[in-house]
Design a protein around this ligand. Sequence first.
Ligand SMILES: Cc1cc2nc3c(=O)[nH]c(=O)nc-3n(C[C@H](O)[C@H](O)[C@H](O)COP(=O)(O)O)c2cc1C
Length: 181
Amino acid sequence: MKLFGVAASTRENSLNRHLFDRVAAQIEEHGHQITVADYTIVENLPLYTAAREIDPGIPDEVQTMARAILDADALVISSPEYNFSIPGPLKNALDWISRIKPSVLTGKPVLLLAASASPVGGWRGLAALRVPLTCLGAQALPWEITLGGVTSRDAIDASLALEVTRQRVDMAISALLRDHV
Ligand SMILES: Cc1cc2nc3c(=O)[nH]c(=O)nc-3n(C[C@H](O)[C@H](O)[C@H](O)COP(=O)(O)O)c2cc1C
């Protein structure tokens, strides 16, 4: 199974990238290959406007990312919550990708991840992310992995080592892989 992943932060010591890396490593232990988007490219995309779509047109980087999504059997997205919602560059990338028809996200299973210092672990951001994913035909899995109350990578590792978290993570990963092996 081929997976495509996005960790929606380039911040040094990003919590969400660390969570992504840990989950991706676990997916690879199951024998599946996961390609990761270069998120600096996403952050440097021009802001979508109707005028830019006409001239100079959909950026090559968006076309490349869309092909990678189309090629993948499933996606993994780890995203910070910004103001209870989606970080701007990620929403912008989805808006650009949505201009390619038919939607390359149609039917793609998506596992969502988030880590945050907040006790609720970024789930509101993931709820917001589910909206455009649903609009574009993706199948965001009901199982998601949110880690709350974490302020460092060590705290993420400690949380992932807890039996209760391990069970949740295993459940979410097998939900992603089970139907699509
Ligand atoms: C503009 C902005 C808005 C934020 N809003 C939220 C929020 O609504 N909920 C939350 O839990 N954390 C919020 N945060 C904190 C981020 O979750 C925190 O900085 C997190 O570490 C970012 O993810 P990263 O470590 O992967 O870069 C916000 C941070 C920024 C910069």
